[in-house]
Design a protein around this ligand. Structure first.
Ligand SMILES: [Zn+2]
Length: 396
């Protein structure tokens, strides 16, 4: 299958109508362009499996006609399969600087040990830049999302243009990185596009998801009122949220210790590419564990309840340097990604010594079933907040 002459094909081998493992293909005149190559994480229905990859067999068979892989952004479900599958494809890889840095660090950190992966060369494209691969003229358009440098791609061919958005969340005040390049979107709209291929989790849910600036205000207030140790779980890749939690800790007179390898990898990649430059020095979990309870905030991986991540290990009293107990607080600063609900629900009830657990996001925090702070635009989500419970009780 390579289409008729002058025909433009879109062939998603992963990620269309499902969460994760994005692998999108475009074909024109027998030449193929790949957009993203991601993984998905296995849930409890796949015991013993950590990572699920898209099935690349079709494009492996056509790899002589594969011009390159263009990555929209650095989330695992968009680039996480590159270390595992690239050696079957062996084509150029293009990304903006942050995604390129994250991928380089993944490879250097041991992801992708396939023979020949060292031949992988990542070509950086500047924000708002463009690239021509065979019949495809590709322009990168900055959007906003929960990670720096999310890019839509305007893919122009002789048959017309497709706007491939990657993931997006319209945020007028993302705090880290550029705002959505509305002018570029309008320019392409005026030119006319054949189709928009579009990805945004929860897009069919009514209401606004809130801005990162609102989250920051909420977390500063919430953390400022806490005593005892505080542990906060968030997605490591959410660089703006990391900055928010550090700001909230600083405002409360607490030092931040990073707990989890991916948090170190992402924050270092962010610093190298010009984000988080104002961040104060961060402590290791070992050093953080030596501080008085009211002087420390542990920023942890594992906000979805992943069993091997930092929060689950702390919850099950299985961490070498950090323990939580009576009077301490765990904050989950993330939404549950669909598909993670079962695992998260179970792990949040992991045995511990009685620290309480809160869920906090742009819509405020719920503590003991009582609404602590809700922004007006959050009312559409009222009632969906999760009840807090001691960090040792069983999940409802
Ligand atoms: Zn994403």
């Amino acid at each position: 299958m390579s289409g008729e002459a002058g025909e433009l094909l879109f062939l998603p081998l992963g990620g269309a109508g499902e969460i994760g493992m994005n692998l999108n293909l475009y074909c024109y005149d027998g030449q193929w362009l790949m957009v993203d190559l991601g993984i998905t994480f296995a849930d409890d229905s796949l015991p013993g499996i950590d990572v699920v990859l898209p099935d690349p067999r079709f494009i492996v068979e056509h790899r002589d006609d594969l011009l390159g892989i263009v990555l929209t952004h650095a989330h695992e479900d968009h680039l996480g399969a590159v270390p595992y599958l690239w050696t079957q494809l062996r084509c150029p890889v293009y990304a903006t600087p942050f995604a390129a840095e994250v991928l380089r660090r993944k490879l250097a950190g041991g992801d992708g040990t396939m023979a020949g992966i060292e031949d992988l060369v990542i070509t950086e494209v500047p924000l708002g830049g463009s690239l021509t691969l065979g019949p495809f003229e590709i322009e990168f358009i900055s959007l906003t999302h929960s990670i720096p440098e999310p890019n839509a791609l305007a893919i122009k061919t002789p048959a017309g243009t497709v706007l491939h958005t990657g993931d997006w969340k319209i945020d007028p005040d993302p705090l880290v990185g550029a705002v959505t390049d509305e002018a570029a979107l309008r320019r392409w709209a005026d030119d006319g596009v054949l189709a928009m291929v579009c990805d945004s989790t929860n897009v069919f849910r009514d209401g606004e998801s809130g801005s990162e600036a609102t989250v920051r205000a909420n977390l500063i207030e919430l953390i400022g009122g806490l005593t005892g140790r505080v542990a906060v779980g968030c997605f490591a890749s959410n660089v703006a949220r990391v900055a928010t939690i550090v700001a909230a800790a600083e405002a409360a007179g607490r030092h931040v210790a990073l707990v989890g390898r991916s948090l170190w990898r992402i924050t270092e990649a962010a610093r190298v590419t010009g984000y988080l430059e104002d961040l104060p020095p961060l402590l290791t979990d070992r050093d953080g564990g030596l501080l008085p309870p009211d002087k420390v905030l542990y920023l942890c991986t594992g906000c979805q309840g992943e069993p091997r991540a930092a929060l689950s290990r702390i919850a099950s009293n299985n961490h070498p340097h950090i323990t939580l107990g009576e009077g301490d607080t765990v904050i989950f600063s993330s939404k549950i990604i669909p598909g993670n609900d079962l695992g998260a629900g179970a792990r949040r009830g992991a045995p511990s010594a009685g620290a309480r657990a809160l869920c906090a996001n742009a819509t405020g925090a719920r503590i003991g079933g009582r609404r602590e702070r809700r922004s007006p635009e959050a009312r559409a989500g009222a009632g969906r907040g999760r009840r807090s419970r001691p960090f040792g009780s069983s999940a409802a």
